[in-house]
Write a protein that binds this ligand. Structure first.
Ligand SMILES: Cc1cc2nc3c(=O)[nH]c(=O)nc-3n(C[C@H](O)[C@H](O)[C@H](O)COP(=O)(O)OP(=O)(O)OC[C@H]3O[C@@H](n4cnc5c(N)ncnc54)[C@H](O)[C@@H]3O)c2cc1C
Length: 485
């Protein structure tokens, strides 16, 4: 018989980077949560290594950006070699519309460590060796059975966050439908300390040959060597052999190489997977439990982390009765299209970089021309940096701004501030009554113009720093506040 193990607002299943981020933000908002993971300790290996600029912007809310930056290696260029000759260069540090205008390399074990440290500092215990074995939803909430060292117990929660990875137990238990597709690519991976020619510092190197593509990523503690290989090579368990990577490197990249003892090997095939509904009753799917795709572009973990941030403030406001429960529906409406686009892009990127040496040779002049266009690089860099993510399409109907900023766009503060779970209303017209603050649980700032170019208007900013409403129609603003706040 299972023992009763108490109540919590939210049970988070999975303490990977996504579950941990949800726990960090919920804790920041003062929401009680428990976070469990069946593994016995945090991730020890580097797995996801790229932290995108938008993730760093959003981590400012919980004062984690600086910690990540202090330990990151900044990458400023990516170079593609065809037969050892540089073919294309992409400057990653230019044209990104953020103060974090670079890709930051932080191994996943470190990412988890910084998130865990935050939780420890705030007296939240991550319950390792604790597995979700079953659950059911009823009118009074969710009752979950968890198992810790052969003992089963019951937890009652209002909501359940499924951050339990690509083979989500929660998704399978609920029989949730996914769109799935296998890719015809297989990878071998190795992390090792290495010394390359000085001119290749802080660069991602991609070397292409007819039968394989090798990617080399710099990290603070060495390099990640990632190779797409043929099925035959994949089957040979090549990953145990660092000589294979050395010879691929020598065949494709014009640099010296001194390699130390490898610290990690892995091999994997890639596939894509996207859950149909991000929300099912009071259960939410986040991170790899909702979307999986090729690692090309370093998007998966970042997308998952931003799922967690998008959901956390909404849960906080609904639990505290500051917002109507239907706000939670927007989690699916906003985040699924983001993952859909990421999947399309990373699929295209994989097809281009991995399988089409002939096409790349053929289109070289055109690609070179495109990369020489600032506008092209601007779009590419801001898309990969996840700066371009916007929820415009969902908000279009709420606003008619007289400038280029729309509801759903990202909002940038001049300095680092903590919004908690409050909306900020910038009232440039000056006629919003003070009583709206308590009525709609918002914070009002008078006469702070968005920029000198804009006409006077109202701008309502959400806790995740996206514009909820912008315009000069007070009735439309009120309609928005009544509906969502
Ligand atoms: C080689 C490689 C490189 C990558 N590089 C990048 C990159 O540079 N940038 C990027 O953004 N993404 C990258 N990704 C993708 C990234 O690794 C994943 O998207 C990310 O780790 C997903 O995090 P998560 O927290 O959703 O899931 P996971 O990290 O898989 O965590 C899920 C957790 O749930 C736990 N769990 C499962 N079932 C249960 C249960 N029943 N009870 C309790 N606990 C349970 C598991 O033990 C696990 O710890 C890369 C992926 C690969 C393979």
């Amino acid at each position: 018989m299972s023992q009763w193990d108490g109540k919590t607002d939210i049970l988070i299943v999975g303490a990977g980077p996504v579950g941990l981020t949800a726990a960090v933000f919920l804790t920041h908002y003062g929401i009680s949560c428990r976070i469990i993971d069946k593994k016995n300790s945090p991730t020890q290996t580097s797995n996801a290594i790229g932290i995108q600029p938008r993730t760093l912007e959003l981590f400012e809310e919980v004062k984690l950006s600086k910690i990540f930056l202090d330990h990151a290696l900044r990458v400023d260029q990516s170079v593609l070699f065809l037969n050892k000759k540089p073919c294309f260069k992409i400057n990653l540090s230019e044209f990104i519309d953020s103060k974090y205008n670079y890709l930051s390399m932080v191994p996943q074990n470190k990412t988890e460590e910084y998130l865990l440290n935050y939780l420890t500092d705030h007296n939240v215990n991550v319950e390792y060796c604790t597995e979700l074995k079953g659950f059911f939803q009823s009118e009074s909430g969710i009752q979950s059975t968890i198992k810790y060292s052969s003992k089963e117990s019951l937890i009652q929660s209002q909501y359940l966050i499924a951050a339990d990875g690509y083979n989500s137990f929660v998704g399978r238990s609920l029989n949730r439908p996914y769109h799935q597709e296998e890719y015809p690519y297989q990878f071998i991976l190795m992390d090792a300390p290495a010394t390359l020619s000085k001119s290749f510092d802080h660069k991602i190197l991609i070397g292409m040959k007819k039968h394989f593509t090798l990617m080399v990523f710099p990290m603070k503690s060495g390099y990640r060597f990632l190779a797409e290989v043929s099925q035959a090579d994949f089957n040979q368990n090549l990953e145990g052999n660092s000589k294979v990577f050395e010879s691929m490197f020598k065949a494709t990249i014009p640099s010296s190489l001194l390699m130390g003892d490898p610290t990690w090997f892995s091999r994997f095939k890639i596939h894509e997977k996207l859950i149909k509904d991000y929300k099912y009753k009071e259960v939410f799917f986040l991170g790899d439990a909702a979307h999986v795709h090729s690692p090309a572009g370093g998007q998966g973990m970042n997308t998952g982390i931003q799922d967690a941030i998008n959901l956390s403030w909404k849960l906080s406001r609904v639990i505290k009765n500051k917002s109507h429960g239907k706000l939670l529906l927007t989690y699916h409406q906003e985040r699924r299209p983001v993952a859909q686009k990421v999947i399309q892009r990373s699929k295209r990127m994989s097809q281009w970089v991995l399988k089409s040496i002939h096409i790349i040779k053929l289109l070289k002049p055109m690609i070179k021309y495109l990369l020489s266009l600032k506008s092209f690089q601007y779009v590419i860099n801001n898309t990969i940096a996840q700066i371009n993510i916007s929820y415009r399409s969902i908000f279009d109907r709420f606003s008619k701004p007289k400038n280029q900023v729309y509801s759903g766009d990202r909002y940038l503060f001049n300095k680092s501030i903590q919004m908690e779970d409050q909306y900020y209303l910038f009232d440039d017209i000056g006629d919003i009554p003070k009583c709206w603050e308590s009525k709609y649980h918002i914070k009002i700032f008078k006469n702070r113009r968005l920029s000198s170019k804009n006409s006077r208007q109202y701008c309502l900013v959400r806790p995740d720093r996206y514009i909820a409403f912008i315009g000069e129609d007070i009735k439309a603003l009120k309609h928005y506040l009544i509906k969502w706040c």
